[in-house]
Design a protein around this ligand. Sequence first.
Ligand SMILES: [Zn+2]
Length: 281
Amino acid sequence: MKKILFLFLTLAILSCKKSEKKETKEEVVVVKPTIKLFPLVGGSIFVKKLEAFSQDTTYTGQTKQFTDAYYVISHPKGNLMWDAGLPENLVIPEPFHEPSGVFAIQRPDSLTNQLKKIGFKTEDIKYIALSHSHFDHTGHANSLKNATWLVQENEYNAEVGDSVKTKNPALKDLIKVKKLNGDYDVFGDETVVIKYMPGHTVGHQVLYLDLGLEKPILLTGDLYHFEENRTSRGVPSFNYDVAQTLKSMEEFEAFAKEKNAEVIIQHSPKDFKKLQNLLKN
Ligand SMILES: [Zn+2]
């Protein structure tokens, strides 16, 4: 009898617990997807004439070491590559001094080898998005011909559009194209968002990443090339529209503040290390 009573009580408690659960069932539980970010080095750029990164003579006589980062973002709905480093023919033992006399450039390794080190193959990349179409961001883009290229429509038209006389050869094999007009939430869950920040080029964009870390991350593209550019709002000499660039900088800073984001300047070796440390924790 005692046993039966005990069983009855246990069942009563269990059913009570069950109904409690039922009541909370309606609550929306937000399960954040697991997103991983892999920063990779797509090149080394030694700037021999830093004045190229100003509209005036501020940096005349100065030099600076840049890195040239690109990134793989692994999301349950697919992998995105952000930027594409320097061309692979720059995987050479000594830096190449290009004809303008501004840069000495070199790439440490091929895309295939670099992806292999983080457990990926080129076929694993579902989307490719470039901050913009300059040569130090389009390097290995053609190797990702099966990926869908996420590009602002105006940038696309300027680089490979029907009316363009000389199409950008670095992008010619990107056949699958999704043309964007403004910001774009890549996976539809606000974790990986392309932000339209034009000016450096006609369709320049930056990348917002919510990896579930203490702070979200904002990759600058070439809105800024180095730290002083950000504090002094420096615009390089090679730039599509100065006023538009300055407006984008304002919007970028307001957005970074709103999101309390960690800003990573992609060409900054210091920021590359900072990002690596953030990802370790
Ligand atoms: Zn660049």
